[in-house]
Design a protein around this ligand. Structure first.
Ligand SMILES: Nc1ncnc2c1ncn2[C@@H]1O[C@H](COP(=O)(O)OP(=O)(O)OP(=O)(O)O)[C@@H](O)[C@H]1O
Ligand SMILES: [Mg+2]
Length: 407
């Protein structure tokens, strides 16, 4: 075990002896003849394992020198080697110089060697501890740095994940919206198809209903109207041949009833099937229906008709039924004193407007679940390829405007 030892003594013989002994023992031995020289050596070539100093020296005593050594190189072991074994000096050396050992001159070589060996071991152990502490500190520092880096990268990863989650959420929302839009589109498609089927069904129903009404009208006409005509003829013949005044009055009364019944049958027939349409055409039928409305309701009805070409059977039928429904509404709901029907044609399209000067459609009026008249008008116009608008007039009444092709 090789140590660096500095011997300080104002006695050159002692220094020579130390040098000789310890160099032989392979220790790196340096000597100084006073405290100042010792401090210079310590400053210029540290570190030393051990400083062995004499106590009594000129200018600076050993305890003061070792105090300075302890302050500046605390790891260096400090030994006093003194000719004095005084108790106060010993205490000073311990308290001021912080010495590790106190030996007396003349020294016991064995004891000195043992002390040097012990202190060298102490120094090396302390040095090892210091190195290992330094190493631990370094490792701790490295660990802390790695930890920080890890934490930073984890934080970055968390932020990236959060961003990713956010994007995912957004994409999810978009997918949900897209699915909802798709579902709505499908619903709309189904609704459109259902609507078309309903329209088709409604038109079929309307045609069947018209056929039924035609058949009924035919039966009434053939059975009832013919029978009434026969009865009327019979009564007329009886009237001519009867001379009994009482019988004559009875027969006249019966004829009146038969005439009135015949009139009613005619009215029912025209409601069931506007025969006039088939027999005299659309214009005549409209003129008749306007007059009949005025007679029945007492509401004045003006008519303007400007359609130069014949109107097809289907279109006539549709317009005739619309006028009928509108007139029924005017009588039932409008409290009007006057109504107007106008018909004209532009570019093969017929424009019908029926208006009245009544109270108009009241907001609370229409019972949407049970009223079918206006809906029927709209539906009719639509399935004949036209359109319909129902509005209030400026003067408060109601207007129904229909536009359909003259197909
Ligand atoms: N010319 C009008 N003047 C004032 N109100 C009207 C007129 N036409 C319709 N209305 C109002 O609009 C409602 C709907 O009319 P719509 O013809 O659809 O049904 P409705 O006549 O009540 O019953 P129905 O199904 O037997 O025709 C009527 O109940 C009435 O309140
Ligand atoms: Mg109605």
């Amino acid at each position: 075990m090789c140590a660096r030892i500095l011997f300080v003594d104002d006695d050159p013989t002692a220094l020579l002896t130390f040098e000789r002994i310890f160099r032989r023992l392979m220790h790196d031995t340096v000597t100084a003849k006073n405290a100042k020289e010792a401090l210079d050596i310590l400053k210029s070539s540290p570190p030393f394992h051990i400083v062995v100093s004499d106590y009594m020296m000129p200018e600076m005593s050993g305890d003061i020198l070792l105090q300075e050594v302890s302050r500046r190189w605390p790891d260096t072991r400090r030994v006093i080697l003194s000719s004095y074994a005084d108790k106060d000096l010993l205490l000073n050396a311990i308290n001021i110089g912080g010495v590790h050992r106190y030996l007396t001159k003349p020294w016991d070589l064995q004891e000195l060697l043992t002390v040097i060996e012990e202190l060298t071991t102490e120094y090396d152990n302390a040095e090892r501890d210091r190195n290992s502490t330094k190493e631990t500190d370094n490792k701790n520092h490295q660990l802390a740095t790695t930890n920080n880096q890890l934490e930073e990268s984890i934080n970055l990863r968390i932020t990236a994940l959060q961003e990713y989650q956010h994007q995912l959420q957004k994409s999810n929302d978009q997918v949900r919206l897209y699915e909802r839009a798709e579902a709505l589109r499908e619903d709309e498609h189904t609704l459109r198809k259902t609507n078309e089927s309903l329209r088709f069904f409604s038109r079929e129903l309307e045609n069947r209903w018209e056929e039924e009404k035609n058949a009924l009208a035919r039966d009434i006409h053939d059975e009832l109207a013919q029978s009434l005509a026969v009865i009327r003829l019979e009564i007329s013949s009886q009237l001519r041949s009867t001379v009994d005044v009482k019988n004559l009055d009875n027969l006249k009364e019966i004829k009146k009833h038969v005439d009135s019944t015949a009139h009613s049958v005619k009215r029912i027939l025209s409601a069931l099937r506007p025969q006039i349409l088939d027999e005299f055409g659309f214009e005549a039928a409209v003129i008749w229906i306007a007059g009949d409305f005025q007679n029945r309701s007492g509401i004045r009805c003006d008519l303007s008709y400007d359609i130069p070409t014949p109107v097809s059977k289907e279109t006539s039928n549709c317009l005739y039924r619309i006028i009928q429904e509108a007139q029924t509404n005017i009588i039932r709901h409008s409290q009007a004193t006057a109504a107007n029907i106008s018909l004209c044609q532009r570019n093969k399209r017929i424009y019908l407007k029926i208006s009245d000067n009544g109270i108009g459609i009241q907001k609370t009026g229409p019972n949407e679940t049970r009223s079918f008249g206006l809906i029927g008008i709209q539906e009719r116009a639509m399935y004949y390829g036209g359109k319909c608008a129902i509005s209030s007039n400026d003067d408060g009444g109601t207007s129904i405007e229909v536009e359909i092709p003259n197909s």
